[in-house]
Design a protein around this ligand. Structure first.
Ligand SMILES: N[C@@H](CCC(=O)N[C@@H](CS)C(=O)NCC(=O)O)C(=O)O
Length: 213
């Protein structure tokens, strides 16, 4: 019985789950949810997830949402080497958790705050929003100094979450070339099996939406 992923390819946390599944070799049964059409508010979806958000997974009747928690679960349950992406060593795990929380509370909101007005309202973000994003990119770029991945030199669950969020900037053509460490890390992420394909699917979905609007 495959794990079902309710998702929308444009959604950063959905792509984070897809990247994680690809990396651990887990096939997902994908069920796209049209968020703009409000499919997440349908009674059958709400019965499953009262928070009406994607990603949501159904693992043989076990339902959960929140992408970072989903990735921990999928890695724990389905990876043959779960310690690779989420080591048990307290300090290594603490760093990964710290980056996951940083992404949830600070990095993703800064990116979504910038991208959402352009994507949904075709409106330029205000100066405060622009500054918030520029500040976070600077901070994140500095955090990556001397590291291959966000929590150290090894790929971890945190890379998928920050990677999903960073991918959103391609949607609006944000120029990240001045952030050398982010660019180098992003290129490392895109080189992982399946990640380029996920990013391309996102760009195709955005292009299709732009054409129809
Ligand atoms: N913290 C959640 C965020 C989930 C989320 O906000 N998903 C958005 C798409 S990116 C959504 O489903 N929005 C529709 C809604 O809330 O009705 C996670 O990481 O999974």
């Amino acid at each position: 019985m495959p794990v079902t992923l309710y998702h929308n390819i444009v959604s950063a946390p959905c792509r984070a789950v897809m990247m994680c599944a690809k990396t651990i070799g887990l096939d997902l049964e994908e069920k796209p949810v049209d968020l703009l059409a409000g499919e997440q508010m349908k009674p059958e979806f709400l019965a499953m997830n009262p928070c009406h958000c994607v990603p949501t997974i159904d693992d043989d009747g076990f339902i959960m949402w929140e992408s970072r928690a989903i990735n921990i679960y999928l890695n724990d349950k389905y990876s043959s080497t779960p310690e690779k992406l989420y080591p048990k060593d307290p300090k290594k795990r603490a760093r990964i958790n710290m980056m996951l929380q940083y992404d949830l509370t600070t990095y993703t909101p800064a990116i979504v705050g910038y991208v959402a007005p352009i994507l949904f309202a075709k409106k330029e973000p205000d100066d405060e929003t622009k500054k918030k994003l520029a500040d976070q990119l600077e901070i994140f770029n500095n955090m990556l100094e001397g590291k291959n991945f966000v929590a150290g030199n090894e790929l971890s669950l945190a890379d998928f979450s920050l990677g999903g969020a960073t991918g959103m900037m391609a949607i609006v053509g944000y120029d990240v070339s001045g952030y050398k460490n982010i660019v180098a890390w992003r290129d490392r992420m895109v080189a992982l099996p399946g990640v380029k394909d996920i990013q391309e699917r996102m760009m195709e979905a955005v292009a299709a939406r732009n054409e129809s609007s």
